[in-house]
Design a protein around this ligand. Structure first.
Ligand code: ARG
Length: 641
């Protein structure tokens, strides 16, 4: 049975009937959608407004104090005294079932779901669906291509590539969770004069053995050395006052080699391919540490010459091109888009440019993968470039240009390791693992219990880097701070890992088979106790009052927790619209903070079996959501640390 049948069965048990499902809602997958349908049905009758309009007016509340859902009455297109109407409508709402309270605030209606209802539906739903909880088939039948990371071979892997890797990895996982077919693509900087330089440099400084062992580092070393030679030769020739020899100089040789590559010379291409293949082989391993596996290693080299010629022809046909001393360019000013400036699409020697290759690549990808959406995860330094090629595609009349999304992000400041400035992704990962291991060793007792400390250090360390990166809005710059991100206090990756391992340890200590959890009595009375129970104990007035206060705290904390748990599927959907990892990160901190504060009042071990089972079911469900959320972010949750 699918989630929708499951849902009907569950509602029947609660003596509720599933409301009519409004298009675009997924009540079987998302309890908030279910409540949206309930509210839409009721409110449409009470206010005499079309169901669909009510449904669309329902706003997600980020602050629990303001309700679980909010209706701004102006959005219902009603006329009259809206404040009075809000009061009247709130009173007429039938409570019970899914609904606890309706509060009128000005022209707004705040809806509070019944915690009893949520406890009954959400906990079982999470435990049954497990890793699937949070997924909604929103993108069923649709394909999204996500292009991310895209470093340049033989050049440093800088912070921009790191952020692109992290954010792109997240978006790919997220869309997959939401039912899309996801194609992960790495668009390498694998073409250009730098390969000529590498070839010439390799003859002088290269070692096949080094290349096989450490392709990425070795190619970079060669690249640095050959660039030094070029600088030296240039200086010498300037001093001597003689121009550089076009053929014998290192620069001249490099240019000649690249020309051979472009002309399809077999020898030249063979060497280039060797550099590329070995680099990719190493990339595959490094990305694996971040749980990223690409479907395609593409690159600038892969755009066919034919496509580039075709695009250039189309540009000419549509009168979008101007000539300037033999070079071709698009002058946006002449097209009424002054802000976009000018962009060169062909050099005077006939060779293509970065933007031309991006145009060709986009067209080829559309033809090959027939995507419904294509996401480019590229630093905001390339905002203009991206805007330019998106606009050119539009001007060329490709209607799918509207399906292209540029997910941009700010800079990372001060990223360096003990060994110096970071040049490769591996450096960052090694450094963070080392540091994390040092921190773990400080607690000898715990450290002894960890089975594979190196691996745990790797996973916790990586989560530190990732959370630091995804914590704030993408567009913000941030300062890379080892100590801050590795601390287990504050909102950090290690804090999330710590919460996860703590939940795991609760599960381990109770040692209850998972099927048993599904039979737990999830009523608030069972979870938190009742006033009756306390009265029966014949306590002194002081103790009685204290017990009652604690009871109220338990109910309050449990209510807050289950409401957060219920909003996970909505959180994912929201993040897929704003492309912000921080939406999910913020959610996970809200969840873990609420878990810690609830757990203080809701102990598990030592409680009577029926209570233990219910509380354990609740916390197991929290752990499952945390686990799912961390995985979407690209983090591997650890069981002990
Ligand atoms: N390799 C480029 C760089 O390092 C990033 C490529 C971004 N993607 C694109 N389609 N232009 O700057």
């Amino acid at each position: 049975t699918g989630p929708n049948e499951e849902l009907s069965a569950r509602l029947a048990k609660l003596n509720l009937e599933a409301p009519e499902s409004i298009e675009g809602s997924y009540p079987g997958y998302n309890v908030v959608d279910l409540c949206r349908n309930f509210i839409a049905g009721q409110l449409s009758k009470l206010a005499g407004v079309d169901k669909k309009i009510v449904y669309e007016s329902l706003e997600w509340s980020i602050v629990l104090e303001k309700g679980d859902l909010i209706v701004p009455l102006p959005r219902l297109r009603l006329k009259g005294d809206l404040e009075q109407m809000a009061k009247d409508l709130a009173e007429k709402f039938e409570l019970g079932g899914y609904l606890d309270r309706v509060v009128p605030v000005g022209k707004f209606l705040q809806f509070f779901f019944s915690p009893k209802f949520l406890l009954d539906t959400v906990t079982v739903d999470v435990l049954k669906r497990g890793t699937e909880y949070g997924s909604t088939p929103l993108g069923e039948g649709k394909t999204v291509l996500v292009e991310f990371s895209s470093p340049n071979i033989a050049k440093p892997f800088h912070a921009g590539h790191l952020r692109s890797t992290i954010i792109g990895g997240f978006l790919s996982n997220l869309y997959e969770r939401l039912g899309w077919k996801v194609i992960r693509m790495n668009y390498l900087g694998d073409w250009g004069k730098q390969f000529g330089l590498l070839a010439v440099g390799f003859r002088k400084y290269g070692s096949d053995e080094e290349l096989a062992n450490n392709p990425i580092q070795h190619l970079f070393q060669v690249y640095v050395k050959v660039n030094q030679d070029i600088a030296f030769e240039k200086e010498e020739s300037e001093k001597a006052g003689v121009p550089l020899d076009e053929t014998s100089s290192t620069d001249g040789q490099a240019r000649a080699f690249f020309k051979k590559m472009e002309d399809g010379d077999e020898e030249a291409q063979k060497l280039w391919k060797k550099f590329r293949d070995l680099s990719i082989k190493r990339y595959v391993d490094t990305y694996a540490r971040l749980n990223i596996k690409y479907d395609i290693y593409s690159g600038e080299s892969q755009v066919s010459q034919d496509t580039i010629v075709e695009v250039t022809e189309e540009l000419k046909e549509k009168n979008l091109i101007n000539e300037d001393k033999g070079a071709l360019l698009v002058d946006f000013k002449k097209l009424g888009k002054k802000k976009l400036g000018k962009v060169l699409v062909q050099k005077s020697d006939g060779t293509s440019l970065y933007v031309t290759r991006d145009l060709g690549a986009a067209i080829e990808r559309k033809n090959t993968y027939k995507f419904d959406k294509m996401i480019y995860v590229i630093a905001s330094q390339q905002d203009l470039h991206t805007k330019q090629f998106f606009t050119i595609l539009q001007l060329l009349g490709y209607d799918w240009a509207k399906d292209l999304v540029h997910v941009n992000f700010g800079m990372v400041l001060g990223m360096s390791t003990r060994r110096g400035t970071v040049v490769f992704l591996d450096d960052i990962l090694e450094a963070v693992q080392e540091k994390m291991l040092d921190i773990m060793k400080q607690n000898k007792e715990k450290f002894a219990q960890v089975e594979d400390p190196k691996q745990v250090a790797d996973q916790v360390g990586i989560s530190a880097v990732m959370i630091q990166d995804m914590q704030a809005k993408r567009i913000n710059n941030y300062e890379f701070g080892w100590d801050r991100m590795l601390s287990s206090e504050g909102d950090t990756g290690p804090y999330l890992q710590y919460a996860h391992s703590r939940l795991r340890s609760i599960e381990r200590n109770c040692n209850v088979p998972p099927e048993d959890l599904l039979t737990a009595n999830m009523s608030m009375d069972n979870l938190c106790g009742t006033e009756e129970d306390i009265k029966k104990q014949n306590l002194s007035e002081e103790d009685y009052e204290r017990q009652i206060r604690n009871l109220h705290l338990r109910v309050e904390k449990t209510t807050a927790l289950i409401r957060i748990m219920a909003s996970y599927p909505d959180t994912l959907r929201y993040a897929s619209k704003n492309y912000e990892p921080s939406t999910v990160v913020t959610y996970l901190f809200k969840l873990t903070h609420q878990f810690s504060s609830t757990y203080k009042y809701l102990r598990v071990m030592g409680e009577p079996q029926e209570v233990l089972l219910a509380r354990l079911a609740l916390f197991s469900a929290v752990r499952q959501i945390l686990n799912n959320g961390m995985k979407v972010l690209g983090i591997t949750p650890v069981d002990r640390m």
